[in-house]
Ligand binder design. Structure first.
Ligand SMILES: [Zn+2]
Length: 294
């Protein structure tokens, strides 16, 4: 612990700090990863713009002997990952790297100009450490994975969660991209996945495979409900989560279902049409595809 912040030393060069954020319940924090070597650091994500929390985070850096931040990098633009960057940057100046596809969103979340943000290089170096920057869209179009080669640690942003769930929803989220990102984790050499929220994930290959199979099973479930007759996304949410109280997660459950529906439409399995009387989008199995979904 540092002050009220929970911290965890993952190896001699990487610290995980749980920063309180407004994020999806039941989560209440976002991970900040401080990659450090001697007096320099690279900071990955920095959610939460509360001044007192950022001051405690700055104290964590000082206690590690860090005098300068050579770069900030965001796994993606969402405010619970970028909101605190400007406040920490005021204490430790440094360039901010965000994938260009996420620049507009990050500028809004950080109250800055897109011109203040840089496209990340393929590799960020810090002393003897190499951090490979991998563009892996899915949760957002500009989502990044970061691989610390020497320690085989893979930072996966919001593509995996140590607790709670991952959501993928349009317009930012793309389910097929997400499957590819998960396959990439399955094939990686990582010994630990470092998620945007919750504790680190051992056996990332098995965990990402399980996540992908879970999503594919959900997609099959959606297809089967549509085989029983056309439905709206809201009706599918009510059917699929009939026995669960989703609380404030209902809108993201709906968006994840919409991302599955968008993939089924892309695959040519499902079609959609805004139908009377209320012109809500109805989804239905394409006639020529009936019984073909595998
Ligand atoms: Zn996110």
């Amino acid at each position: 612990m540092t002050g009220n912040l929970h911290t965890e030393t993952l190896c001699e060069h990487v610290l995980r700090v749980e920063l309180p954020t407004h994020t999806l319940e039941p989560l209440a924090s976002t991970n900040v990863y401080v990659i450090h070597q001697k007096d320099a650091a690279i900071v990955v994500d920095c959610g939460g713009a509360d001044g007192a929390d950022i001051e405690q985070l700055a104290d964590c850096l000082r206690q590690l002997g860090i005098q300068r931040v050579t770069g900030y990098i965001a796994t993606h633009y969402h405010a619970d990952h970028t909101g605190g960057i400007p406040a920490l940057q005021a204490r430790f100046p440094g360039p901010v790297y965000v994938h260009p596809l996420d620049h507009a969103g990050a500028a809004k979340a950080m109250h800055c100009s897109p011109n203040d943000l840089l496209a990340p290089p393929d590799t960020l170096s810090l002393g003897h450490l190499d951090i490979r920057v991998e563009h892996k869209p899915g949760h957002t179009h500009g989502h990044l994975h970061l691989f610390i080669r020497q320690h085989r640690l893979l930072l996966v942003g919001d593509h995996m969660a140590g607790s709670g769930t991952v959501w993928i929803g349009p317009p930012d989220g793309h389910m097929n991209d997400y499957y590819q990102a998960l396959e990439h984790i399955e094939k990686s050499q990582a010994i630990l996945a470092l998620p945007g929220h919750g504790p680190v994930i051992p056996s990332p290959q098995a965990a990402s495979r399980q996540l992908r199979l879970h999503r594919l099973a959900r997609e099959r479930e959606i297809y089967n409900w549509l085989a029983n007759g056309k439905k709206t996304a809201d009706q599918l949410v009510d059917l699929i989560y009939a026995h669960r109280n989703l609380g404030n997660a209902k809108h993201v459950a709906k968006r994840t279902i919409q991302a599955h529906l968008a993939r089924l439409v892309e695959l040519g399995e499902v079609d959609c049409q805004a139908l009377a009387p209320d012109f809500q989008m109805m989804y239905f199995i394409r006639k020529s595809q009936e019984g073909n979904y595998t």
